[in-house]
Design a protein around this ligand. Sequence first.
Ligand code: DAT
Ligand code: MG
Length: 151
Amino acid sequence: VRAEISYVMIKPDGVQRGLVGEIISRFERKGFQLKGLKLFQCTKDIAEEHYKDLASKPFFPALVEYILSGPVVCMVWEGEGVVKSARKLIGATNPLESEPGTIRGDFAVKVGRNVVHGSDSVENGERETALWFGKDGVVAWEPTIKPWLVE
Ligand code: DAT
Ligand code: MG
């Protein structure tokens, strides 16, 4: 069985605000494994495909414009239960409802500037990783400390 992965992305506001290190740090400290990482200026096609389930929403054009407004940091994090856990680390979609201690709870106030994305299902973790990294983007490696993180 393939290990579970989540596609996590620091949105343009997170990059502009200098939160890249802080956000990566939270996933590292938790004990997930970084399998892909890049700074990337995305295209309209990718942004629209990524958010295609929201295409009929009134905020969709603004959402796509926001994602295109500057570079994003694309990441793939791996580990048992990483999809659900990453969503918890990230916090609720509306940052005014996100718990303190979550990324959005600590660093955001507006749904349209909520700093970070995380896949909402294992299936979307795979789909979004393929979309943003393609076939060769993800690095196969195992950290030497892994036995100290998982049995
Ligand atoms: P999440 O990013 O928590 O998975 P989502 O998938 O429902 O949330 O929506 C994707 C993004 O779209 C979200 O991070 C911010 C934007 N968005 C969602 N609901 C919105 C709304 N009501 N108004 C404006 N932007 C919204
Ligand atoms: Mg979502």
